[in-house]
Design a protein around this ligand. Structure first.
Ligand SMILES: NC(=O)c1ccc[n+]([C@@H]2O[C@H](COP(=O)([O-])OP(=O)(O)OC[C@H]3O[C@@H](n4cnc5c(N)ncnc54)[C@H](O)[C@@H]3O)[C@@H](O)[C@H]2O)c1
Length: 273
């Protein structure tokens, strides 16, 4: 068990990625506080974990509210005695063109995705430093690395949240707190309502040719949350099927190999072979 006797807080645990992370951590021996602003969803995950023999509890917290960021960390310690791992996963998306984005929409996305992550990490890190170490995992996004149509608020919030992990790593790693981020590519969850052209746009640019799964992100989070992650800090780990690495790709016959086509980014799916 890779997280035996560890205590973890997972925000947004009622959702697709958060649920998978909470389940995976619990299966590896961690006690998990499943926090979410939607208590019923958090309770459903916590119940699933406890019914399969794991240790978990549900907690309602809205990370847009500073006091609730602190409360969820305090509740983790109150329930389970300490906090070793904090996963900043709670997030909202907004698909809105730059010229149509209102100040209120902009602020809501930044409040949840960025300020909520900072305040939760700050509250957790204060305990972790006092305990002698810990792990903070920030869920970022490839949308914070490359600009997408209609993604100004979401992309900016995620870019800043991924920088947050580097800034925290610089200040906290010397005290045993490793801080890293994951940049997931597209994954089917409640948050990703992708229309057909957007979906095809992604599929044409992901070298593996497929969307990811919540479990792929949970596996990466498990590494970043565990003792094995002892000299990796301030890193952004892309879990994206190669999207972030890919540049121009085209039919291998154009390279003159005459062999099997190896990459097809600019070809319609129907032309691939
Ligand atoms: N699904 C994807 O394709 C994808 C890609 C990249 C990054 N992400 C990121 O992964 C994280 C999880 O997203 P998901 O895909 O599982 O979405 P999801 O909608 O399934 O889950 C998000 C969860 O966060 C909770 N939440 C929302 N606002 C909150 C708040 N203010 N306080 C507390 N909880 C709140 C929701 O209730 C929900 O349970 C997000 O940060 C998202 O930006 C997702």
């Amino acid at each position: 068990m890779r997280l035996q006797d560890k205590v973890a807080l997972v925000t947004g645990a009622g959702g697709g990625l958060g649920g998978a992370i909470a389940r995976r951590f619990a299966a590896e021996g961690a006690s998990v506080l499943c926090a979410d602003r939607d208590l019923e969803r958090a309770e459903a995950i916590a119940r699933e974990i406890t019914e399969s023999g794991g240790l978990a509890a549900a907690h309602r917290a809205d990370v847009a509210l500073a006091a609730e960021c602190e409360d969820q960390v305090a509740e983790t310690v109150r329930r389970f005695g300490r906090i070793d791992i904090a996963v900043n996963n709670a997030g909202v998306s907004l698909h809105r063109l730059a010229l149509d984005t209102s100040l209120a929409e902009w602020q809501r996305v930044l409040d949840i995705n960025l300020t909520g992550s900072f305040l939760t990490a700050q509250a957790a890190a204060r305990r972790m430093v006092a305990q002698g170490g810990g792990r903070i995992v920030q869920i970022g996004s490839i949308s914070g690395q490359r600009a997408n149509m209609g993604g100004i608020a979401y992309g900016a919030s995620k870019a800043a949240a991924m920088h947050l992990c580097k800034a925290l790593a610089v200040e906290l790693s010397g005290q045993g707190v490793m801080v890293n981020a994951i940049a997931p590519g597209p994954i089917e969850t409640g948050l990703s309502h992708h229309g057909p052209t957007r979906r095809q746009g992604y599929l044409d640019r992901i070298p593996t040719g497929a969307y990811g799964t919540p479990e792929a992100v949970a596996d990466a989070a498990l590494y970043l949350a565990g003792d094995e992650c002892r000299w990796v800090t301030g890193h952004v780990l892309n879990v994206d099927g190669g999207y972030g690495a890919a540049g121009l790709s085209y039919d291998a016959s154009e390279v003159g190999t005459g062999g099997r086509a190896i990459a097809f980014q600019n070809l319609p799916r129907s032309d691939r072979r």
